[in-house]
Design a binder for this molecule. Structure first.
Ligand code: SF4
Length: 392
């Protein structure tokens, strides 16, 4: 699930206001909960349905935390993702938070997000999650259309998703994000607009809209690969992307990253901004990735291999790489041009100026406050912008 307009980006229409990220200084902490009750048709994230491994995973997680507790001590964002964190029962969820707080410190006002499946939520459950310190919920709704949810093999119904979003507001969550998907087979502008209209009726703080894309060895990839399923072509996908951006901006949301929209600058996801801003983050759990400013490492994509390594007192790392200053610079360019914050013009060098002028003329970028920022149409080709910058 990742992502992607004439008439100009909000940065052009609203007096050119790109979203400058909130100051990010402390590292972020990500915990991967690798369990799901069932698998969705499109999902390439690492998760297993063998929930009998939960206790072994929790024990190993405590060991992994102990390995890093002197290297990473304080965070201002915690993101519990997966998988489906809300698969964990009350005892295991409390144990997870207890272990995290035993070894790490979170600054006052830290953003603490938990991904949640609407099917796992009701008032009492949400109250208990909130009592653990979670102050931001990311709800995997995907659609408010029951036929689309059935195709995606989601566990919840549209009515169930509505009940979960309402219940989250009722127990006092004010920072709620809703994840949606577009580009589904049979989806029309009208059905997608109906889903977005339903989503904004709850006034969520944040919306993530990803295009349904065949990834890896998923059932969706197989259906597309054998010709059994036709997904929207490039032009139709671009139409849906532009429709999404225009609709959500018209409803007051800032399009601050290719797939992400926030009701205000304060409500942009602090944790995810760290990935785009090259701020350090520690990832714990199977398949989790970490970054420390000069290098990156990633854990085994298997609960069993992850647990085995930690049982032997080893880091559960499958691979790592150091990044040269040139590689870091290139990544900064790629990541920056996916966000409305963009990249500083001086970092591009004088030799890029003719290319910058061409991209501006083509309506793919804007320049404000010394920064090159993607326009709405620029977001559509965000991953190609660095190449286009060098080609002109
Ligand atoms: S619930 Fe989320 S992590 Fe689990 S299979 Fe579905 S999309 Fe993947």
């Amino acid at each position: 699930m990742r992502s992607n307009v004439e008439g100009g980006h909000p940065s052009e229409r609203q007096g050119a206001r790109g979203v400058s990220p909130q100051p990010l200084s402390l590292p972020g902490l990500y915990v991967h909960v690798p369990f799901c009750r069932t698998k969705c048709v499109y999902c390439d994230f690492y998760s297993v349905t063998r929930t009998g491994l939960e206790d072994a995973w929790l024990d190993s997680l405590a060991r992994e935390i102990a390995l890093y507790k002197d290297r990473f001590t304080r965070f201002d964002s915690l993101y519990i993702g997966g998988g489906t964190p809300t698969c964990l029962d009350e005892r295991r969820m409390a144990a997870l938070f207890h272990t995290l707080h035993e070894h790490f410190t979170f600054s006052a006002g830290a953003e603490i997000t938990m991904e949640a499946n609407p099917d796992d939520l009701d008032g009492p459950r949400l109250t208990r999650i909130k009592s653990l310190g979670v102050n931001r919920l990311s709800l995997g709704v995907q659609s408010f259309d029951d036929n689309e949810l059935a195709f995606l093999r989601r566990r919840h119904t549209a009515a169930g998703a509505e009940r979960a979003v309402s219940a989250a507001g009722d127990v006092g969550f004010s920072n709620i994000g809703i994840d949606l998907m577009y580009g589904l087979p049979g989806q029309t502008h009208d059905t997608w607009l109906a889903t977005m209209t339903r989503a904004v009726s709850f006034s969520p703080a944040h919306l993530s809209c990803y295009q349904l894309t065949p990834e890896g060895e998923t059932p969706l990839s197989r259906m597309v690969g054998t010709g059994g399923l036709l997904l929207p072509d490039e032009e139709q996908s671009a139409d849906l992307f532009l429709l999404t951006s225009r609709f959500l901006e018209a409803h007051g949301y800032m399009h601050y990253e290719v797939s992400n929209f926030a009701a205000s600058k304060r409500l942009c996801c602090r944790h995810n901004q760290k990935y785009w801003e090259h701020v350090d983050y520690l990832g714990l759990g199977p398949a989790a990735h970490s970054f420390d400013g000069t290098g990156r490492w990633w854990n085994h994509r298997s609960v069993e291999r992850y647990c085995e390594a930690l049982n032997r007192g080893m880091r559960p790392v499958e691979g790592e790489e150091s990044l040269s200053p040139e590689q870091l610079e290139l990544e900064t360019l790629y990541l920056g041009l996916r966000t409305s914050h963009g990249v500083g013009l001086p970092s591009l060098g004088k030799e890029s100026l003719p290319a910058v002028r061409e991209l501006k003329r083509a309506g793919l970028v804007t320049i404000r406050a010394g920064r090159l920022r993607p326009s709405r149409r620029g977001y559509l080709v965000a991953d190609s912008l660095p190449l286009l910058l060098s080609r002109y």
